[in-house]
Design a protein around this ligand. Structure first.
Ligand SMILES: [Zn+2]
Length: 285
């Protein structure tokens, strides 16, 4: 785990999202959960040494952010955007999430496998507290602001701590690794990047990759535009969708985030499809 500020810890070195902890007078606030159980349980134990866990916030519903919710079921309420339930704990690709997770543990965190409950005992710990636009948590020493920042997915939110000068943006930003657009609304994603840029902070904790400063938002935006313009060039040459999928790839630009190399082709194909449809929508307007 990396200590970022006096009260913020994050882990950017494990498979899945970057689970983080913000310590406040009212207790610890977790932002997302680790997909590997061993580091997840270490984080929970670390937090509980300093006091109770007050909340778990899910920035979205993809499995790499919510899989660990089970281990918070007896600890604290879960907070998410009101649309989180629509995309929560369904399937990863074609595989049911429970089986998907067991496979991940067998290959990548075998030590953690013994802590995995049976399918019957696994608690799909959905959010008990939801909001539509913004929400502020008053936690004594800290006011924590939650903003709906759709784009990567409908339920996407970001968590902003002015006291720690830190924003946790989830998968609105991927740092030095492949950007997944598979469930994206590109128009909303660009608007959310612009919104996050208006916040006053020093540390941006992305969904994947190392912690950066505000300047990285411009890089993320530029990469998305590069995707769009490359697909647009292909379409202007008369390529149909299949041809674009065959010919366009940014696989050489970044690796896939930790432990998911096998997803490279999937990401390239889905990103082409998203950009292609985005351009078709633009032409309709
Ligand atoms: Zn993610």
């Amino acid at each position: 785990m990396q200590q970022l500020t006096k009260n913020v810890y994050t882990d950017t070195t494990i498979r899945g999202c970057n689970p983080s902890i913000l310590f406040t007078d009212a207790g610890a606030v977790f932002i997302d959960t680790a997909q590997w159980i061993t580091p997840l349980l270490e984080m929970i134990a670390f937090a509980k040494k300093r006091g109770p866990i007050k909340y778990l916030i899910n920035t979205e519903g993809h499995i790499d952010h919510i899989f660990g919710n089970h281990w918070f079921a007896k600890e604290c309420p879960v907070i998410g955007h009101e649309r989180l339930n629509d995309m929560f704990w369904l399937v990863a690709g074609d595989v049911p999430c429970y089986e998907y997770s067991v496979d991940v543990l067998e290959r990548q965190d075998p030590e953690g496998l013994k802590f995995m409950p049976s399918k019957e005992d696994y608690i799909v710990n959905r959010p008990q507290i939801t909001f539509s636009q913004n929400m502020t948590l008053d936690l004594g020493s800290h006011k924590v602001h939650l903003y709906h920042t759709p784009g990567h997915c409908d339920a996407q939110l970001c968590v902003y701590s002015p006291e720690e000068r830190t924003v946790f943006v989830g998968d609105t930003v991927f740092v030095e690794c492949q950007t997944w657009l598979h469930s994206a609304n590109i128009k909303e994603l660009l608007a959310s990047l612009a919104f996050i840029e208006t916040l006053d902070f020093d540390y941006l904790v992305p969904g994947h990759g190392p912690v950066v400063g505000k300047e990285y938002i411009a890089k993320q935006r530029a990469f998305i535009f590069e995707w769009i313009e490359t697909v647009r060039d292909g379409m202007n040459k008369g390529w149909d969708l299949d041809e674009c999928i065959k010919r366009i790839s940014f696989a050489d630009r970044f690796p896939v985030d930790i432990g998911q190399d096998e997803m490279m082709d999937y990401i390239q194909e889905k990103n082409v499809i998203k950009c292609y449809n985005y351009i078709l929508d633009q032409r309709k307007d």
